[in-house]
Design a protein around this ligand. Structure first.
Ligand code: GMT
Length: 378
């Protein structure tokens, strides 16, 4: 198939999923055209089947802000015309699905409808729960959903939320997020520990975009309790609006030597490989890809009992789930895993096993079948 993938290029789950999917499809022989503002951050490889189209919005003094959505639609229409794309897969409703809808209308000006691509839209979470809930965007998100030929959501939770909020005309398929276990596996390499000067003790990790939904202050509160009982360091990977508040809190509480802000990093496997526990106490996650990637690297997780987490984290087997804001419960669970090596090993092995059920190859087959159905229905 000839597939266009429209996605955010920046650090974030939806861009990561879109990019890993595109790479896997290309490896299977499909032709993949990426559309984004810059090369997606996880692309990092050459393939004869992958093409990247960077979208540059026109700057003109009359336009206060550049029209990215229009430029994206024009780029999709242009590439679809010359490359005869079968499917355009939009990751995130806004602006990608809307731009795909518009691109198809542009294409219809140039060729018969039967020769136009099909639109597959994958909803990732915040496009529905935050952007879609905003009055200024709600109708645009509804249009994006209803004008797509097929819609998928990354969890049953997100499918149900979308139905509640938008009552879409079409059914929503659930295709869970996935992880490439050939890449995300625990490395037997202590060098990152030495490089970070971690002499001993346990390593707790958190990876996110430091937005309010991630509850960074809860990560710190849980860690503060952990380190009273267990010698440990907290690695914070990523960056975002709540970082300053977090840094101020760390300084005020004298935890500077135990909490490391590492910023945005592309290659997280070496860090996950030295981690003993991941904390993800978000308000809600439609899936929580970073936790699945940690599990694949043998890292037990302590997460919120909400959203997509219960669809892959098994209570007391590969991690623990708690109500959001339950600092005491999360701390107790974390300490129980970190304090006993035998318990940790059991959780770690179970996490690797469970991640195997979300292997990239399995989910890519589901996406291929999804595209095929859309093409056959045309
Ligand atoms: O909030 C983020 O982490 C970014 C956001 C995105 O679109 O990049 O992540 C969403 O999509 C990811 C991939 O499907 C999911 O794993 C995240 O759970 C989801 N974030 C939220 O629902 C808050």
């Amino acid at each position: 198939m000839k597939i266009g993938i429209s996605c955010h290029h920046t650090y974030g789950g939806s861009g990561a999923v879109a990019t890993e999917l595109g790479k896997a499809l290309a490896t299977k022989g499909h032709t993949v055209h990426f559309f984004s503002q810059a090369a997606p951050f996880r692309l990092g490889l050459y393939s004869k089947n992958i093409f990247c189209h960077e979208v540059e919005a026109m700057h003109y003094p009359l336009f206060e802000s550049p029209f990215y959505s229009l430029a994206l639609a024009s780029k999709i229409a242009e590439v679809a015309y010359y490359e005869e794309l079968d499917v355009v897969h939009a990751h995130y409703a806004i602006p990608h699905a809307i731009s795909a809808v518009l691109a198809r209308q542009m294409l219809e000006e140039r060729c018969p409808e039967s020769q136009c691509f099909r639109i597959a839209t994958t909803l990732h979470g915040t496009d529905i729960t935050i952007v879609g809930a905003d009055k200024s965007m709600k109708d645009a998100v509804r249009l994006a959903i209803n004008k797509s030929d097929g819609i998928s959501a990354v969890s049953g939770y997100l499918r149900d939320e979308t139905i509640k909020m938008f009552d879409p005309r079409k059914p929503i398929e659930v295709i869970h997020n996935f992880v490439d276990t050939a890449l995300f596996k625990r490395l037997d390499d202590n060098r990152p520990k030495q490089m970070l000067g971690l002499d001993g003790g346990k390593v707790v990790i958190h990876i996110s975009n430091f937005r309010p939904v991630k509850r960074i202050m809860d990560v710190l509160a849980v860690f503060e309790r952990i380190q009273r009982d267990v010698e440990a360091t907290l690695l914070l990977v990523g960056d975002g609006p709540d970082r300053s508040e977090a840094e101020t809190w760390v300084r005020r509480n004298g935890l500077g030597s135990k909490v490391r802000f590492l910023g945005k990093l592309d290659d997280i496997v070496p860090l996950l490989s030295i981690a003993d526990l991941m904390l993800m106490p978000s308000n809600v996650e439609s899936f929580g890809l970073a936790a699945l990637e940690a599990m694949a690297c043998g890292v037990p997780v302590v997460v919120t009992d909400a959203g997509g987490f219960p669809e892959f984290v098994r209570q007391g087997i590969d991690g623990y789930l708690h109500d959001h804001g339950d600092i005491e419960g999360m701390s107790r669970s974390a300490i129980s895993i970190l304090k006993d090596d035998a318990v940790w090993q059991r959780f770690s092995d179970a996490a690797v096993n469970q991640a195997g059920r979300f292997e990239t190859a399995l989910k890519v087959q589901e996406y291929e079948a999804f595209y095929r159905r859309l093409i056959d229905e045309a």
